[in-house]
Design a protein around this ligand. Structure first.
Ligand code: SAM
Length: 297
């Protein structure tokens, strides 16, 4: 596990216990914001430029999704591009949900207990890691990518973050836009998030810096606007493991309410409105980096 930036927060062991929370696994699948469909498109375009799929049906043979969670987000969006996909996760609760929610015959899921992936050497065309690479030991992960990827195979790590928001429908003359990033950072401080979470909030930039493979590069950043109610934003953030764990203790102040209040204040919204009626246009940013097997020194 990666850790150690000196910030207060939960330990690695506690973090693993968080993943085992059955309720978290359920709400994750229900509330987490999906990635934009351009994410798999960009990754597949990069793959095709490097080596075209050589199966008759135009699909690549095999993909591995590491830290797949409940599978509905980072795994299922790739199903049409591969003959078979394996999603692996350290959490048994998440894998139970993944199997329950799976809609594709060509996807299977498995629990893993270490960075050893349950696949043969040189067998994988694409390894993905959606909002999960920050939890991994990067050295071990890179070593395992080198073992299981086919020569020329690709690893793609992506993360989704909310950058800015403006209100819609409420103050029609007010087009002011606020940065959500400091408010979200504060939420993660308030829930005493594991340090690795802050790396993901930073679009995985510190992780990119630690990747040794010299072929590493960023794909085009994908930016999209999504209309979301304040309630929907709160729903997404309530799927953060440390928040679920904190909620089990008696809270005097709820960090999610603080986040909502900060957004309302920033946009000068009428705090009497119910969260479902507050509509925001949110700028979502998806950052992806890739590297190719056989470039490791
Ligand atoms: C934020 S979730 C992302 C889930 C999914 N990929 C998505 O995009 O929604 C991070 C996932 O990484 C998993 N995880 C954390 N450490 C892991 C490890 N060492 N090996 C495999 N999975 C891990 C967690 O259990 C969790 O399901």
């Amino acid at each position: 596990m990666n850790h150690g930036n000196g910030m207060p927060g939960i330990s690695d062991t506690e973090l693993i216990r968080v993943y085992e929370d059955e309720n978290l696994a359920k709400i994750y699948g229900k509330y987490r914001l999906p990635y934009c469909s351009s994410v798999p498109k960009e990754i597949m375009q990069f793959m095709r430029e490097k080596s075209p799929a050589n199966n008759q049906d135009g699909r690549y043979a095999r993909m591995l999704d590491v830290g797949c969670g409940c599978g509905t987000l980072s795994t299922q969006m790739f199903s049409k591009y591969f003959q078979s996909i394996l999603g692996v996760d350290i959490s048994e609760a998440k894998i139970r949900q993944a199997k329950l929610l799976n809609k594709s015959e060509n996807i299977t899921f498995e629990v893993i207990h270490s960075h050893k992936f349950p696949v043969e050497d040189n067998s994988i065309d694409l390894i993905t890691s959606g909002t999960s690479i920050h939890f991994l030991d990067i050295k071990e992960f890179e070593k395992e990518c080198q073992r299981v990827l086919k020569p020329g195979g690709i690893c793609a790590a992506f993360a989704l973050n909310s950058r800015r928001a403006r209100s819609i429908n409420i103050h029609e003359n007010d087009s002011s836009c606020i940065s959500l990033e400091p408010m979200i950072d504060q939420f993660f401080v308030d829930i005493e998030a594991h340090p690795s979470n802050f790396e993901s909030l930073d679009g995985n930039r510190p992780i990119f810096d630690r990747i040794q493979n010299p072929s590493k590069r960023w794909l085009k950043e994908i930016v999209s606007e999504k209309e979301l109610s304040l309630q929907k934003i709160k729903d997404t953030f309530q799927t953060t493991g440390e928040y679920v764990m904190m909620k089990k203790r008696k809270l005097t102040v709820d960090p999610l309410e603080i986040l909502a209040q900060n957004i309302e204040k920033g946009l000068q919204l009428d705090q009497a409105l119910v969260d479902e009626d507050i509509m925001l246009s949110v700028e979502l940013v998806m950052s992806t980096f890739v590297f190719i097997k056989d470039y490791l020194n």
